[in-house]
Write a protein that binds this ligand. Structure first.
Ligand SMILES: C[S@@+](CC[C@H](N)C(=O)[O-])C[C@H]1O[C@@H](n2cnc3c(N)ncnc32)[C@H](O)[C@@H]1O
Length: 255
């Protein structure tokens, strides 16, 4: 009886949160399809729903990266390229960005062309779980709001470690759930009801902004994500909570 209950608990806890619960496609395919659908509205919704706080968080990520004077940066799950563009502030020779959503990359490439940055930022289709670069290529790796969407988190983290140079730094920005009363309750309401409502109307995707809070809740946060980084082989791992605990920046190094 005890073992049956334990097995059941384990299966439930391990069940992946996917965008479309009625789809028989794998998480990766669903995620790519979902971001293809919402890509034209993604930037607007991102800044609108976060009251532009995401811009401040990205600057914090780049400040950490800049302290390492990176020559080459890889932005994993780059989407429409906002973090890759922000990374120019650290003055690297070259920034590469990979993503599995063709739709998000199309928007990102257009922005890069408009800003005449094609000689410095290179976006291409690529899976975080099979990164299309050689071992020890990058001085810094960044990921913003991407790791939560990976089908296999450990595989993605290990791939990032593989392409990072020794002494290189990996900086991850991801949503977390606030824990303190009364902000926890206020944000819980916003995240569970208001955000999906606005997201659905603007993006025209009925699931994307329901998947967001569900995937955040199910994802390892704070010290639990630090443990995932350590498990993948990163060292000197740490995290810093942002904006009353609605996001966190994680850093880890390759020794
Ligand atoms: C919430 S968006 C974040 C985009 C961008 N980093 C930003 O800060 O706005 C998540 C992105 O992760 C991408 N993604 C999910 N799984 C991925 C994987 N295995 N490899 C590469 N990109 C992935 C999605 O296609 C999507 O563009």
């Amino acid at each position: 009886m005890f073992f049956t209950l334990f097995a059941l608990y384990f299966i439930i806890m391990k069940k992946q949160v996917t965008p479309y619960s009625d789809s028989d496609k794998g998480k990766k395919e669903q995620v790519a399809g979902m971001f293809d659908t919402i890509a034209p509205k993604y930037d607007f919704l991102n800044h609108f729903l976060s009251l532009n706080i995401d811009t401040i968080w990205r600057k914090k990520v780049i400040k950490i990266v800049s302290a390492h004077n990176p020559k080459r940066i890889l932005d994993v799950a780059t989407g429409t390229g906002d973090l890759a563009i922000a990374a120019l502030a650290s003055n690297p020779d070259r920034i590469d960005g990979i993503d599995i959503s063709e739709g998000m990359l199309t928007v990102g490439k257009r922005k890069i062309e408009d800003k005449k940055l094609e000689q410095r930022i290179f976006l291409q289709l690529g899976d975080a779980e099979a990164i299309p670069y050689a071992d020890n290529t990058f001085d810094a790796i960044t990921v913003a709001f991407g790791v939560r969407n990976f089908e296999n988190l450990q595989q993605g983290l290990q791939e990032m470690l593989r392409v990072l140079k020794p002494n290189g730094i990996c900086v991850v920005l991801e949503f977390t759930m606030p824990r303190k009363f009364p902000f926890k309750q206020f944000y819980g309401f916003y995240f569970k009801y208001l955000l999906p409502f606005i997201g659905k109307i603007v993006s025209k995707d009925k699931s994307a902004y329901t998947y967001l809070p569900e995937s955040v809740k199910a994802f390892p946060q704070n010290q639990f994500f630090v443990a995932e980084m350590a498990n993948a082989g990163f060292t000197q791992n740490s995290f810093k909570s942002l904006t009353m605990g609605i996001a966190a920046i994680y850093t880890g190094k390759k020794c």
